[in-house]
Design a protein around this ligand. Structure first.
Ligand code: GLN
Length: 484
């Protein structure tokens, strides 16, 4: 049952082979057994999950169930969920019980899915290893001495260890795709504006996007059917017709043009990663695709551009955490300014403070033109590179991450090394494009390798088709960590 797809689980529930309460309880039992070591969840609340499961069973009995009704789905702790502790991985929100649901959460609730718990994450989604979480590092289920990636590392570890049927993530610079790659699962960051950001705690608003993480492209498509859609409470939510993201899954790939950016295949990628990516491209040729060499000349600037723009937006977004209305407040302080200062100094971890300082600096008078405005200009050029590339190809492929999962603590004292983990993913966020990662083999130490598929705007259904056809022909996505 822990290996069943979302479709199989939905069929079993509707055929009354299993009840949602039974299914939810089996996942809760598995979590109780495996989560203490993996630390994939910040909050588990069996009572609330089981109450939802009972309601789902009533709906199943009444015959009004939808595709995901009764299926246990975990939620990244960045999504506000009514009556659930919502921490965003930070001491700053260690006591924040959300009074409302994020749009994505209410979509899952309306679909009758079960909230199985809130997954661990890097503090305020800043990180690539899950080590910045106030709630401790998450372990990679393939090797518990290694990181799961970040910032959606709790979600990736939970899905890989079969602690939930699927889960949500968010991606500002790679936080869905990179942990998906490092944990051997599938993940999709949709086109900016496709999933509402309402109730998703903001990091860098012009880049943040929610998306599904699961064991197969088919599962991601079913999740997208629930998560995507217009929401008037998010001013950047796009008003588009409802889509069925499963509609193209079974189309053949004959004639598909795959662009390989020469900049992605240059120095920097591990030899083990390169080997797995080349084998995946060879498989796509067998499936009928043709290869086109392309160039994204400005993509090499994406990491420096991101580390100006994302901290700038974060410094503004995080100014709301002041110890006044909710969240952490320093126990002892003098006047009001001292209360702000102490609460923020004690409530935020080192990486978050570093980003607030960088962001405040690049937005300050005298430096704004030199850094922020310049970065915005290059951001536009990075996006234009993709527009030009899509005149020659239908999808772009390359590695998701330059290496497989590294050891816990390995990059802890070197932020720049950590930032380079997202060298292949960040350009996609800067351009607002959809990107996904699917498992395509194993590298050194038998750790999973992820293949990145980048689509044109709103091409999610086609990308899911491209991923699904590969998953029909290979079995990397169904491999499970040993001993789990
Ligand atoms: N690793 C990147 C960062 O630290 C991206 C994080 C994300 O996508 N949320 O900012």
């Amino acid at each position: 049952m822990f290996e069943s797809s979302l479709k199989q689980l939905g069929d079993a529930l509707r055929a009354k082979q299993i009840s949602s309460v039974e299914l939810t309880q089996s996942y809760l039992d598995r979590m109780a057994q495996l989560n203490p070591e993996l630390n994939a969840f910040i909050t588990i609340n069996p009572e609330m999950s089981l109450a939802q499961a009972e309601a789902a069973d009533a709906r199943l009995a009444a015959g009004t169930a939808e595709a995901l009704t009764g299926i246990p789905i975990a939620q990244k702790d960045i999504f506000c969920a009514k009556d659930w502790l919502t921490t965003c991985g930070s001491k700053m929100l260690h006591n924040f019980v959300s009074p409302y649901d994020a749009h994505v959460i209410s979509q899952f609730n309306n679909a009758g899915a079960i909230n199985l718990g809130k997954t661990n994450m890097d503090e305020f989604a800043m990180g690539s290893s899950n080590e910045t979480s106030y709630y401790g590092a998450v372990k990679n289920p393939w090797d518990t001495a290694r990181v799961p990636g970040g910032s959606s590392g709790g979600t990736a570890a939970a899905v890989a260890a079969r602690l939930c049927a699927a889960a949500t993530g968010t991606d500002t610079g790679g936080s869905i795709r990179q942990p998906a790659a490092l944990c051997g699962i599938s993940g999709l960051k949709p086109t900016y504006g496709v999933c509402s950001r309402y109730g998703m705690i903001a990091f860098a608003s012009s880049l943040d996007q929610a998306g599904p993480m699961g064991r197969s492209a088919e599962d991601l498509a079913l999740m997208m059917n629930v998560m995507a859609g217009f929401d008037e409470r998010d001013s950047t939510s796009l008003q588009r017709d409802k889509e069925d993201y499963t509609r193209d899954l079974n189309k053949p790939l004959t004639g598909l043009r795959i662009g390989l950016p020469k900049e992605f295949f240059a120095a920097g990628m591990g030899a083990d990663v390169a080997k797995a990516i080349e084998a995946a491209i060879a498989e796509y040729k067998k499936l009928g695709a043709t290869i086109v060499d392309i160039s994204l000349p400005n993509s090499k600037l994406s990491v420096p551009v991101y580390y100006v723009l994302a901290p700038a937006e974060a410094s503004s977004n995080l100014s709301r955490f002041d110890g006044v209305r909710y969240g952490y407040r320093a126990p002892e302080y003098g006047d009001l300014a001292d209360m702000y200062e102490k609460s923020r100094a004690q409530g935020f971890g080192a990486e978050v403070q570093r980003r607030i300082m960088i962001g405040t600096y690049v937005l300050s008078h005298g430096y704004y033109d030199a850094y922020y405005i310049k970065a915005q200009r290059i951001r536009r050029q990075i996006a234009q590179d993709f527009v030009a590339a899509y005149k020659q190809c239908d999808v772009i492929m390359g590695p998701t991450s330059p290496s497989t999962a590294f050891k816990l603590g390995e990059k802890g004292d070197d932020p720049v090394q950590m930032y380079l983990s997202d060298i292949y993913t960040i350009a996609v966020n800067l351009a607002g494009l959809p990107g996904m990662s699917i498992p395509c083999g194993f590298g050194n130490n038998n750790m999973p390798v992820g293949l990145q598929i980048i689509g044109n705007y709103f091409d999610e259904a086609r990308m899911l088709n491209v991923a699904h056809q590969y998953q029909l022909a290979t079995d990397w996505h169904s491999r499970a960590p040993q001993g789990i």
